[in-house]
Design a protein around this ligand. Sequence first.
Ligand code: AMP
Length: 449
Amino acid sequence: MRHPLHSLRGAGPGVWRVMKDKEQMNDFHGLKLADPILKAIAESGYETPTPIQARTIPALMSGRDVLGVAQTGTGKTAAFALPLLHRLAQSGERAQAGRPRALILAPTRELAGQINDSLRTYGKHLRLRSTVIFGGASANPQIRALRQGVHVLVATPGRLMDLMNQGHVKLDAVEVFILDEADRMLDMGFIPDIRRICAKLPEARQTVLFSATMPRAVRSLADGLLDEPVHVEVASESTPAQRVAQSVRFVDKGRKVAALTGILADEEVERVIVFTRTKHCANKVVRKLAAAGVSAGAIHGNKSQNARMRALKGFRDGRIRALVATDIAARGIDVPEVTHVINFELPDEPESYVHRIGRTARAGRAGMAISLCDLDDRMALRDIERTMRASVPVDDDHDHHDEDIAQARGERRKQGGRGQGRGRGHGKAGGNFRRRARRPARKGARSGA
Ligand code: AMP
């Protein structure tokens, strides 16, 4: 199977410093991974390393630190997991109770679970043990798994801190530390926890940091953690998945449910993730869809781990056609056949838009992202377009088009100057994501996830 992102633009000049182009490996055998790992990769159907893998794996195999800018869907999990498994398998040491030799931090339980699943898939012919710990579930089975001894611990920061404080985990044997989705860690306020966790790690270690974007705070975290890292990048900051066909529909808030069910009346909208800003709205949308005869399930922070897993499984199996999710809960979802992403509400953060639409058009399939934009959403839309440096095509060929909102959007554009124009006094804050400071708080905007 050829990964769709083999076609992604590679690193620019100077970004990739370890391998010259002609040396780049185009099959896994060239990467010098142990045979049991190659066997597992072949069984997974992977034929060729993705660009992020071709660049990251040799750097990690040579013992270097890596700073990777890559989104979910690029194959970044295998990029760090394969060399890690190789290293642990080579040394052949036994797993020790509560003293992992590798620590992987991820922002959400879903992502942490998926990373652990990947480790088990790629390491199935090795005698290595991994476990995953996260909040929102009983700690006892996690503590038991730690006591039995693990080579690799995958964790969300909060639960790790708890279990460290209770003496169930010690980080003094960690040789490899991997921080995944660092920008999302930042969004979720985990950076102080991460700094505390890092203070307990041995100085002599290999460190890998992956992030979809590089806001300043992540860059400074990386500077403190990484030692002369190899920089690896497959897509530039804030560039959305280019294979996704995007459109925006201007719809009055009161008509959004009708607009959504209208979209779902089309059978080609087979498997869809509907994004809302809040948990409350996600629940409401599920109820309305169910009333309209659409099988739907919600995943958000108020749902128990079991309920989320059930919804995700139903979605994967095709029993649930519409998965309604908040941004944080949807992080790390990897379902290849998502045909559509619908933004029932636009996200507060332009970055989240990029992450959302990246849930579709995976594994070589086509994908569409439709945003329903009401009067309140239009500033978010403007910020998204400014961040992407591209406008989202307007679709007014539907029953719910609201010309007033379309006009109001045009007005804002003119006031804001052309395209990316910025008003006086805004030019110095730096970075792409500085909207928050200027934007009046939207009622209920940040209450959920
Ligand atoms: P990730 O970016 O790690 O979330 O991976 C995205 C998807 O790509 C996952 O479903 C992986 O199983 C798949 N994948 C990773 N590496 C390869 C590869 N070299 N060839 C084909 N599929 C891959």
